[in-house]
Structures are given as structure tokens and as C-alpha cells.
Design a protein around this ligand. Structure first.
Ligand SMILES: NC(=O)c1ccc[n+]([C@@H]2O[C@H](COP(=O)([O-])OP(=O)(O)OC[C@H]3O[C@@H](n4cnc5c(N)ncnc54)[C@H](OP(=O)(O)O)[C@@H]3O)[C@@H](O)[C@H]2O)c1
Length: 284
């Protein structure tokens, strides 16, 4: 047996697995593309040959893949459901509160304990003192998982027993952050158009605010080391718009950011940093 199983080793899942290993937990891993397991095996993780075997190896399975649909399909079709009975899943993919509730209802009806999480940090920030990790679900379950999850960030919070609460806070905080990003893209372009360096603008933003870092990435054309790719951000925005539609909220705020993202993706920047949105503004 290991302490924790990590399923999904993309940018974020790999960072979570590294944090577990760094904290001294024994870790079993599985990823659809097997090559992504190798760097973690060299750090001490045990690679499982299937999602089912990975799930059997630990009392707690953390899942961090693209979205809830993919997570549910994986659990249902890849032999995870039976070994999960009586054990715990911590879900960290991004989605709507309704998706969190649907997945949780489906799993709890099959005897699985569920926490739904939202990670308010880039992979490089995992484990940092200010990394905010939100969890929703039964308080007792949160308390029992806390010793394992604590290493993921200094600001680990149980936000509610209502399973959709982490997802809605995730959407609210992402919308807030992206609204500030809009000002950085436009402000950087305005300075540039008047012959003023974007570095001058960047140096005037509060250094503790992640948007200052965005301005520096624009200044340095640092597009190819994304914490989350434009595609990953855009998938989160799609969920925010979907939620707005079902909750009958005017969708213009997320739609504005999404239209810029879609145009940046059409310019070929889907796997790059969101700093590339400046190229849409440069295109006029
Ligand atoms: N990156 C961030 O800064 C960040 C921050 C907060 C939350 N998140 C959330 O974390 C989740 C993952 O993001 P990421 O940045 O790690 O994305 P990523 O680098 O694109 O990795 C995606 C992961 O999902 C796996 N996957 C996708 N579809 C799958 C399927 N049908 N079956 C099995 N595995 C599947 C991929 O496996 P393969 O390797 O085989 O493709 C990969 O491990 C997303 O929901 C994202 O919104 C990310």
C-alpha cells in the first residue's frame, strides 16, 4: 500500500505528485501517456500499470485530468470504480458546480467518499505558503485527508460541505483574475503604441500581484513556459460561460475574455502562455 495515488500527470498533476513525494508520502501514479510517469518514478513514485491497479494501491486517489466528463469516463471504464468503494477520491479538474455535484452523487451512490477541489495556483506555486487550495465535501472527510493534502499549499481550505462550493469559488476567483488580466493586456498595448516600454508599465504594478508577472511575461515575450496553457484557461472559461447560461447570468464578462482567447488560439498560441493574447491586440 502507498499513502496516496495520483491519476493524471499533466502540468498540474505532476506538480501535485512532486509535492506528495517531497513531503515524504509514498505515492502511486498513473497517466494515460505512460512517458509522463518516468520523471516521477525517478523521484520515487511507483508507476501502476492501469488506473484500477493505481486505485487499489492507496486509501486516497487524487485525480487531476482535463474535466469531469473525462474523469467520470475514466473511473467508470478503466476499472477504478470497484476498488474505490469505501475509499476516497479527491477531484481537482476544473468544472461547474453542477458537474461537481453530478460526479459526487454518482460516486457516493457507489460507496465512494468524495472531496471536490479547486487549485488557485500555477503548478510552479504548488507547495508554496500562499498556494490556495479549496476543498468541498464532508468536513470529517476533509479532516482525515488533510495530513496528505497539506503539502499542496500553505492556504489549504475547507470551504463548505456543499460539494459544488469549491467549483463556484474557482469560477468566481478566475473571473476576477481574468478581469485584471484584461487591463494588463490593454495597458501594455497602450504603452507600446506610445513608444513606452512595457517594462515601465510592469514595474508600476503591485509586485505581489500575479498580474505584474503577466506584464513581465508580455515584456519578455515569455510565451513558451506556461503554468497553464491558453487551451487549459479557455476550457475553464467555457465552463464559466456554461454556468452563466444555466444560472441565467449575463455572459458578457467571460465572453469578452473568451473571444480574445479564441482569437489567440486561432493565431496558433493554444499551447502557449496567456501572455500571447497581446498578439491579438497587436493584430488590431
Ligand atoms: N495548469 C494550471 O495552472 C491549473 C491550475 C488549476 C487547475 N488546473 C486544472 O487541472 C486540470 C489539468 O490541467 P493541466 O494544466 O495539468 O492540463 P494538461 O497539462 O493538459 O494535462 C491534462 C491531463 O489530463 C489527462 N487526460 C485528459 N483527458 C484524459 C482522458 N480522457 N483520460 C485520461 N487522462 C486524460 C492527460 O493525460 P495525457 O498526458 O495522456 O494527455 C494529462 O495527464 C484541468 O482541469 C485544469 O483546469 C490547472
Amino acid at each position: 500500500m502507498t499513502d496516496v495515488t495520483m491519476i493524471g500527470l499533466g502540468a498540474m498533476g505532476s506538480a501535485l505528485a512532486r509535492a506528495f513525494i517531497g513531503a515524504g508520502h509514498s505515492v502511486t501514479i498513473w497517466n494515460r501517456t505512460a512517458a509522463r510517469m518516468e520523471p516521477l518514478v525517478s523521484l520515487g513514485a511507483t508507476a501502476a500499470s492501469s488506473p484500477g491497479d493505481a486505485t487499489k494501491a492507496s486509501p486516497v486517489t487524487v485525480v487531476c485530468i482535463d474535466n469531469y466528463d473525462a474523469t467520470r469516463r475514466l473511473i467508470d471504464e478503466a476499472g477504478m470504480l470497484e476498488p474505490l468503494s469505501g475509499r476516497t477520491v479527491v477531484q481537482f479538474g476544473t468544472g461547474t458546480p453542477a458537474e461537481a455535484r453530478d460526479l459526487s452523487n454518482w460516486l457516493t451512490a457507489r460507496g465512494v467518499n468524495v472531496l471536490d477541489g479547486a487549485i488557485m495556483a500555477y503548478p510552479s506555486g504548488i507547495g508554496a505558503k500562499d498556494a490556495k487550495i479549496l476543498l468541498a465535501g464532508p468536513a470529517e472527510l476533509y479532516s482525515s485527508c488533510k495530513p496528505i493534502l497539506d503539502c499542496l499549499g500553505g492556504d489549504l481550505r475547507h470551504v463548505s460541505e456543499e460539494i459544488g462550493a469549491a467549483a463556484v469559488l474557482d469560477m468566481a476567483l478566475l473571473t476576477f483574475a481574468l478581469s485584471k488580466h484584461l487591463g494588463v493586456w490593454h495597458g501594455a498595448r497602450a504603452c507600446e503604441a506610445e513608444g513606452l516600454g512595457i517594462d515601465v508599465f510592469a514595474s508600476m504594478l503591485p509586485p505581489y500581484d500575479p498580474v505584474a508577472n503577466l506584464a513581465w511575461r508580455i515584456h519578455n515575450a515569455d510565451y513558451d513556459n506556461p503554468g497553464a496553457t491558453l487551451e487549459v484557461w479557455n476550457a475553464a472559461l467555457d465552463r464559466i460561460i456554461q454556468h452563466a447560461d444555466t444560472a441565467k447570468i449575463n455572459r458578457e464578462v467571460p465572453e469578452l475574455v473568451s473571444s480574445l482567447f479564441r482569437r489567440a488560439i486561432a493565431l496558433g498560441h493554444g499551447n502557449r502562455d496567456i501572455a500571447t493574447v497581446i498578439e491579438v491586440l497587436r493584430a488590431g
